[in-house]
Structure formats: C-alpha cells, structure tokens
Design a protein around this ligand. Structure first.
Ligand code: ZN
Length: 150
C-alpha cells in the first residue's frame, strides 16, 4: 500500500503545484465563492454552462494543498459533463471524501481523486477536500449565497 500512497502523494503535490484550470472564466455563466473558515481556504468556482452541459469550469483562490488539489481535480473531472452527470460525480466524490465509500474498487474508479481518499480519516481535512465540490454544486444550482463549510 505504501507505494500507492507515494503515487497518491505525488498526485496531490502535482495538482497543488500546477493546479488545472486555475483562472477566472471570462464567459462564466455562474460563479460562486466558497470558504472554509476552519482552515482558511477560500476559493471561487467559475462555470460556463450551455445547453445543460458544463462547457468550461475553473477556479481561483488560496488554501491548503488538499483544498487546491481537490478543486483542481474536480475541474478536470467535470469539464464536458451534463448537470445530472455532475450531480452523480459530486455524490460519489462526496461519499469517498467523507469515508462513506468503503469498497476499494469504487474508490479506484474515482481516478486521481482517489489520492484524497485517505483524508476521510481526518475530519478537519474533509472540509478542505469538499469545499470546491460544495461550491461547484451550489453554483450549478444557481445559488448566489457564498458557501461556507461552517
Ligand atoms: Zn484546508
């Protein structure tokens, strides 16, 4: 398992060092801020949705490695997905990050995001990892109220 953990560690470091889709979206149809006061993570998720499809998604902000890596992987996973696919992806990501997903095969199906599966053992970090996801979902549902994990 330790070899897998090393690979996972590298995935997180890589996404933290070079976050994907880390920019403002000029043509965003929705954007929303999310805060995790417990850790100080603060980010904005931008969505460009057309015909029910997430044509583009990005984020900006500052926070710990886990919040940033999770947001970065989320944008990779959701680009090109329909709203209902995004909801399914949110549910399984949320299940995994909060430790509800117990089956190793299910966890591995999460791809790179599986690198964050270990954080479910650290309740303080769960909020870091789920922040971008909750913010994305609220933005997608048309919420204008910033998301706070508190
Ligand atoms: Zn954090």
């Amino acid at each position: 398992m330790s070899k897998i953990n090393d690979i996972y560690q590298e995935v997180i470091l890589d996404h933290n060092k070079s976050p994907r889709n880390f920019k403002q979206l000029e043509n965003a149809t929705q954007h929303l801020e999310g805060y995790n006061p417990l850790c100080g993570d603060k980010l904005t998720v931008y969505l460009y949705v057309k015909d029910g499809i997430i044509k583009d998604i990005s984020f900006l902000g500052s926070g710990c490695a886990i919040s940033k890596a999770s947001a970065s992987m989320m944008t990779d996973k959701l680009k090109g997905k329909s709203k209902s696919e995004a909801e399914d992806i949110f549910q399984s990501a949320h299940d995994m990050l909060t430790g509800k997903m117990k089956n190793d095969d299910d966890i591995l199906k999460q791809g790179n995001l599986a690198a964050l599966s270990g954080i479910s053992e650290f309740p303080m970090r769960i909020k870091c990892a789920t922040l971008a996801w909750h913010t994305m979902r609220a933005a997608l549902n048309g919420t204008h109220q910033p998301v706070s994990t508190e």
